[in-house]
Design a protein around this ligand. Structure first.
Ligand SMILES: *[C@@H]1O[C@H](CO)[C@@H](O)[C@H](O)[C@H]1NC(C)=O
Ligand SMILES: *[C@@H]1O[C@H](CO)[C@@H](O)[C@H](O)[C@H]1NC(C)=O
Ligand SMILES: *[C@@H]1O[C@H](CO)[C@@H](O)[C@H](O)[C@H]1NC(C)=O
Ligand SMILES: *[C@@H]1O[C@H](CO)[C@@H](O)[C@H](O)[C@H]1NC(C)=O
Ligand SMILES: *[C@@H]1O[C@H](CO)[C@@H](O)[C@H](O)[C@H]1NC(C)=O
Ligand SMILES: *[C@@H]1O[C@H](CO)[C@@H](O)[C@H](O)[C@H]1NC(C)=O
Ligand SMILES: *[C@@H]1O[C@H](CO)[C@@H](O)[C@H](O)[C@H]1NC(C)=O
Ligand SMILES: *[C@@H]1O[C@H](CO)[C@@H](O)[C@H](O)[C@H]1NC(C)=O
Length: 904
């Protein structure tokens, strides 16, 4: 089903080959024959309208041709109607009917699996010209869900492989594109028939470009209890290693399936099973990074608004005797006026392992959630170099749709059990590593590394220590791509890298052909928003770092082209060991059981874990290329702090003491490496004198008068976590805060954003509903603010964009004022809050405009949202061409020249 990993990929082939069997069974399984058992039944006949073209990740922008005609929801089935479309013969799309390949129902649930195919498109011919981009397309399908009996039914709705849908008149954007089933919507359905309109968006990244171009989705409805429930069974907790809990941090995933808000009161070990063994082991409720800071007597309020899913973090401790199961009770109060208190019991089987085996450790992600990684400490019999007291971390990143706790991942290095390294298999939080190991996913990697010293304390480890700033990075498929990301974004920490079957960038993986036609300036803005993830542009950053690439020559999933391209780019940087470093394995496909332990990789692991190379390196000549300073570490002691125009790459070319820059505003020097004078863009700067100030780093700032050196930087500017495009919002410290005025439609959108953040990132969000938009004092996370019409003063930007009753006002890069009235339906833009926090303001002229803006909240990587976007109505069908303005803010939050500002 998924593109990256051989294992998952094979599952898909198996599933698909089962489809014909399912078709044969369909009549027997259909709802018609079973409806008397179940309150729920899906229709046997569904109406499909399509196909229409769509580009990689374009659907976020709207770009739905049927919106030009008022939207699918306003069209009635009409077998004689025809619709213009670029894909089918005669440029004609029309309605078709289809039967689910399978429907299932029992007393409390029902589901339908649909498989849509088109016979009037010559996919193979289109693929010859447009490649895999051709087999991405979109369509809509309409069916019915009938609720029997005479009572309202309260359900959750899973929407596997679906991005957008309507249930009656309620719109949902986000769905469950990767079939995570993390955060389904809670829906209250009256008896009778309900209309389901589903937008089908095929995406090669999720289905594989070599499979039959069908669109396969599942809708699954399940009755819920109208109270607090577990959305995932069990407790996320660490393994027990040699009798000790590897970490005390745990989490449960809860959903409020009722219609009233619920407040969590407490989480305690279950008394029934614990007798006296839990005495003194009080589990304190914690919220995000406040863990441990809360007083025992006043646990923070954790509220799940009606329909919300949240991960709840708490500390656990082991029972004194060897139990096989751990049980906790969540006490909660329903905020319905009666304040009834209830409990929910959750249990988890304990997993006992030997300390020498890879095992699960839990830790806090900066986003205020609990995550896990698999850790294998150095083996007792590892023969390390004399004097090697702190060993490097060998990171291994998994592929997409693969969990790190699967043996296929964390047992892959068993054949090299005696490496002189701490072997860590991070998750990136989800099986898709959050955002492909980028902002959210890489923060998880760094948090997992930082958890190793905690682990050493927790288990009382007395073996060799760890150097958490010394990494050997490796990974497969999407994890190979993540390896390139680490290599190009943390060169001062990467000792060596081994990317396997990886891809260079999402654009190279599935080309961005077949988006709706657009002004290249707009396409350019989208593309520039992805600058930091285009590894083929960033290879100079790998100079001087040993790299061992590997790719199966027959890889049909991620073509070997990616590794070949990057090998060619690497060769131009003079990477150490160029010759043996690219290993194309003859006749191999995407994945095979020993893919991570080929003889070349085994040599590389042994060799590099014993490397004595000093980090950070000091090199005479190098080039540093930066797409986004917010996610970029230093190279050879130089770090780019800000770009002049974030819409373009910045470059720093160093040759001895001479440094030349392009598009760089601020540079930081590590004084341990840079303590003499340098010539920066022709100006001589004495670092030695200022180095005497005894600070670890110096900042060189460019102004109209040239460069000057500062030991402290007190300017209030866009800084650190605030840098980058809209995805910078993912660098939240603490749960996200979603604030809105409290009206029914903003509540629905706030809930949907919260659901999407949890669905795609396992993230947590606090929903604050208040007409005054008060920001609770105890929140630390980044803020997403929803506004319609006139906007309260408290969220007014002092910078470049203002929203209000009369529309949107933007100040362009020359200071010119651009006013958009009725033509602007919605806008999404970043603005700063104190302490490097960010706010993403979503504004709409009305509910519909706000809904359009809310699509842009980062969710899927590769969409390319810049810092600000002002949408017009036509974006619904034209996509980015329907944006009135889009682009970037510089260090002073001014619109950059690289932005697009349409004037009328
Ligand atoms: C082509 O489409 C037109 C409508 O746009 C229709 O009248 C005509 O019959 C179609 N031709 C064929 C061969 O399907
Ligand atoms: C459909 O529901 C049945 C019964 O609950 C379940 O066994 C099956 O796995 C479901 N199928 C899908 C694709 O979710
Ligand atoms: C209409 O749907 C059927 C069943 O799903 C499919 O076999 C057929 O190819 C579709 N028609 C067209 C023109 O694609
Ligand atoms: C549902 O309606 C039927 C008649 O239509 C009635 O006999 C039955 O008692 C009703 N059930 C409930 C729970 O109201
Ligand atoms: C929870 O665990 C964390 C990490 O070990 C620790 O810092 C904190 O003090 C703990 N909190 C309580 C209340 O025990
Ligand atoms: C270290 O021990 C493991 C088993 O615990 C064994 O497989 C491996 O060969 C040993 N390595 C050495 C160098 O002795
Ligand atoms: C091991 O590393 C050294 C330098 O890091 C290099 O010279 C040597 O060729 C490497 N050997 C192998 C087998 O990779
Ligand atoms: C200056 O930097 C060099 C490395 O480039 C280092 O060896 C030396 O100790 C540094 N001197 C001081 C005074 O920090």
């Amino acid at each position: 089903m998924l593109y990256e990993k051989g294992i998952a990929f094979r599952f898909t082939l198996v599933l698909l080959s089962l489809v014909p069997l399912c078709v044969q069974h369909a009549p027997a399984m259909s709802s018609a024959s079973q409806s008397h058992h179940s309150v729920f039944s899906f229709s046997d006949t569904w109406h499909v309208l399509g196909p229409f073209q769509t580009g990689t990740r374009e659907a976020t922008w709207g770009a739905d041709p049927l919106e030009y005609l008022g939207g699918f929801r306003h069209l009635e089935y009409d077998p004689t109607a025809t619709f213009w479309s670029s894909l089918p013969t005669n440029a004609t799309a029309s309605w078709n009917t289809t039967r689910p390949v399978r429907t299932t129902s029992d007393a409390t649930s029902a589901n339908a699996s649909l498989s849509i195919a088109y016979s009037n498109v010559d996919w193979n011919f289109l693929k010859v010209i447009y490649g895999w981009a051709a087999v991405q397309y979109q369509a809509w399908v309409r069916g019915e869900l009938v609720v029997g009996g005479n009572e309202t039914q309260h359900v959750i709705l899973h929407t596997d492989s679906i991005l957008e849908f309507w249930v009656d008149d309620e719109h949902y954007f986000g769905g469950d594109y990767y079939s995570f089933r993390n955060a389904p919507p809670v829906i209250h359905l009256k008896p009778g028939s309900h209309k389901l309109d589903i937008r089908l968006v095929r995406e090669v990244r999720a289905f594989g470009g070599i499979l039959e171009p069908t669109i396969d989705v599942v809708v699954d409805v399940r009755r819920v209890s109208r109270s607090l429930e577990l959305v995932k069974p069990g407790i996320l907790m660490s393994d027990v290693v040699d009798g000790k809990l590897a970490s005390p941090i745990a989490s449960v995933y809860l959903i409020n399936s009722g219609e009233e808000d619920i407040e969590i009161v407490d989480i305690q070990p279950s008394k029934l099973t614990s007798d006296n063994s839990f005495v003194g082991a009080q589990a304190l409720l914690t919220e995000g990074i406040n863990i441990g800071e809360q007083s025992q007597h006043t646990p923070p309020r954790v509220t799940l608004v009606a329909g919300q899913t949240r991960p709840i973090a708490f500390n656990i401790s082991l029972p004194t005797h060897h139990d096989s199961v751990m049980e906790y009770e969540v006490t909660y109060r329903t905020l319905d006026g009666t304040d009834t208190t209830s409990t929910l019991r959750v249990s988890q089987a304990l997993h006992y392992v030997s300390i020498s085996e890879p095992h699960k450790i839990t830790f806090l992600h900066p986003g205020g959630i609990v995550s896990y990684a698999m850790l294998r400490p150095p083996a007792k019999n590892a023969t390390c170099l004399p004097g090697q007291t702190r060993l490097p971390v060998l990171l291994q990143f998994h592929g997409a749709a693969v969990e790190a706790d699967l043996p296929q991942v964390n047992r892959a290095l068993d054949p090299v059990s005696d490496l002189c390294a701490w072997v860590l298999f991070p998750t990136g939080v989800t099986s898709w590593s959050g955002d492909d190991w980028h902002n959210w996913g890489f923060a998880d990697v760094e948090a997992a590394i930082a958890a190793i010293p905690d682990w050493i304390g927790n288990v009382g480890w007395s073996g060799l220590g760890v150097d958490t700033d010394r990494w050997i990075v490796s990974g497969h498929s999407n994890g190979g791509q993540g390896t390139y990301y680490a290599l190009t974004h943390r060169p001062d920490k990467v000792l060596a890298a081994a990317p396997v079957s990886g891809y260079a960038s999402i654009q190279k993986y599935v080309p961005y052909e077949l988006w709706q036609p657009a002004d290249p300036r707009r396409t350019g803005v989208i593309s520039a928003s992805l600058n930091s993830y285009r590894h083929e542009m960033l290879m100079p950053n790998a100079q001087g770092i040993p790299v061992q690439q590997q790719h199966g020559s027959m890889d049909g999933n991620v073509p070997a082209y990616h590794s070949r391209l990057l090998a060619e780019q690497l060769s131009r940087t003079g990477v150490i060991g160029r010759n043996p470093s690219y290993n194309e394995v003859e006749g191999r496909e995407h994945w095979w059981p020993s893919v991570m332990t080929t003889p070349e990789l085994v040599d590389f692991y042994y060799n590099q874990t014993k490397s004595k190379e000093k980090l950070p390196r000091k090199m005479v000549q190098f080039l540093l290329v930066v797409g986004d300073p917010g996610d970029m570490g230093g190279k050879n002691g130089i770090r780019v702090k800000r770009l002049e125009d974030p819409g373009r790459y910045g470059k720093v070319f160093v040759s001895g003491h001479s440094i030349k820059t392009s598009n760089i505003q601020d540079l930081e020097f590590d004084v341990a490496l840079w303590n003499e004078s340098v010539v920066l863009d022709g100006e001589e700067l004495d670092l030695a004198g200022t180095a005497a100030a005894a600070v670890p780093s110096l900042t060189a700032c460019k102004s109209v008068d040239g460069w000057d050196i500062r030991t402290t930087d007190t300017r209030v500017q866009r800084n650190g976590r605030q840098l980058g495009s809209m995805t910078a919002i993912l660098r939240s410290h603490g749960p996200f805060v979603i604030r809105h005025s409290g009206s029914a439609h903003t509540s629905h959108i706030a809930l949907q954003i919260s659901r999407n953040l949890h669905q795609y990132f396992h993230a947590d969000a606090v929903i604050v509903s208040s007409p005054s938009y008060t920001l609770p004092a105890d929140t630390t996370g980044n803020v997403i603010t929803l506004v319609t019409g006139s906007s309260p003063e408290c969220i007014q930007s002092t910078f470049s964009i203002r929203v209000g009753e009369s529309g949107v006002t933007l100040r362009g890069h020359r200071g010119q004022k651009q006013q958009y009235g009725d033509e602007a339906t919605g806008t999404a833009f970043l603005q700063p809050l104190d302490g490097e926090r960010l706010e993403l303001v979503l504004w709409g002229t009305n509910e519909e405009g706000l809904r359009q803006a809310a699509r842009l909240v980062p969710m899927l990587p590769g969409v390319g949202q810049p810092d600000f976007v002002i949408l017009g109505e036509s974006a619904k069908w034209k996509g980015i061409e329907g944006a009135l303005a889009m682009g970037f803010f510089d260090a002073n939050w001014r619109v950059t020249p690289s932005s697009v500002v349409e004037s009328w």
